[in-house]
Design a protein around this ligand. Structure first.
Ligand code: DCM
Ligand code: MG
Length: 240
């Protein structure tokens, strides 16, 4: 995208799901924090010097019961499983979720840029798959930014190839530890991970906003993670 079309709202996003891409995952939880660029351009610190989450933001977090089982690893790290989602009577990723997502996004000033860590490899393609399963899409004029390659690219540019970045981990939790000297809270809950993502972004906001101005991709370029099969009416076996 060009600077002249710069994004007005950044919607930070994280998904929890039934597994990694090779397990044809389905979404079990989604969280979005919509933040206007003015709050990212003007971060606020408290009197002890701690960076604060922007005061003005819109949040949406939804849990849903996938129609396939979680891998043991996904169930362990997320704390979600078909039993607790069934006990809490959560429907799957359905037309209501799509409607809520679209309404939430349409409330934000466009253009919108979705932001996710490792988003190009995981969150964006998986969301695309779930939407495609329902014949749905997001709003026009939506862009995407993946903070994982963005931060790698920014560090590489700073180093000018002189300093070794070997061994540096770009996992979200490790970036948070590196920037804030503390463990991230509520890792592998969608809302916890979005909080961590927003704080990591804010720590590098001027550079990341500039990066987004030239490197954000159109949502239309995002390919689905896999081709979805039709929605099952019952049962939870693999759907792909
Ligand atoms: N995931 C997984 N195994 C891992 C890491 C992640 O199955 N070792 C899956 C389940 C998570 C999803 O990826 O819900 C998103 O990861 P994260 O919690 O890091 O956002
Ligand atoms: Mg997560």
């Amino acid at each position: 995208m060009s600077e002249s079309q710069k994004c007005e709202t950044f919607v930070f996003l994280d998904l929890e799901a039934t597994g990694l891409p090779d397990a044809y995952p389905q979404i079990a939880e989604i969280s979005l924090f919509a933040i206007h660029r003015v709050s990212l351009e003007h971060p606020v610190w408290d009197e002890s010097g701690d960076l604060l989450l922007p005061r003005v933001l819109d949040k949406l977090t939804l849990c849903m019961n996938p129609e396939q089982p979680f891998t043991p690893k996904a169930a362990k790290i997320t704390g979600l499983n078909n039993q607790n989602l069934t006990d809490n009577q959560k429907p799957c990723f359905d037309g209501t979720v799509v409607k809520i997502l679209r309404e939430f996004l349409s409330r934000q000033v466009s253009p919108i840029c979705l932001v996710a860590h490792n988003g190009f490899a995981y969150d964006f393609p998986l969301l695309r798959t779930e939407l495609q399963r329902l014949g749905a899409n997001l709003l026009e004029d939506t862009y995407c930014l993946d903070t994982l390659p963005a931060l790698k690219g920014l560090d590489k540019a700073h180093d000018h190839g002189t300093r070794s970045r070997r061994g540096k981990s770009y996992r979200l939790g490790n970036l948070y530890r590196q920037y804030f000297g503390d463990d991230p809270k509520a890792a592998h809950s969608a809302e916890g991970d979005v909080y961590t993502l927003v704080m990591v972004f804010l720590h590098r906001a001027p550079e990341l906003l500039q990066w987004a101005g030239t490197k954000a991709r159109s949502w239309d370029e995002i390919e689905p993670m896999y081709s979805p099969g039709p929605r099952r009416s019952s049962g939870r076996s693999r759907n792909a």
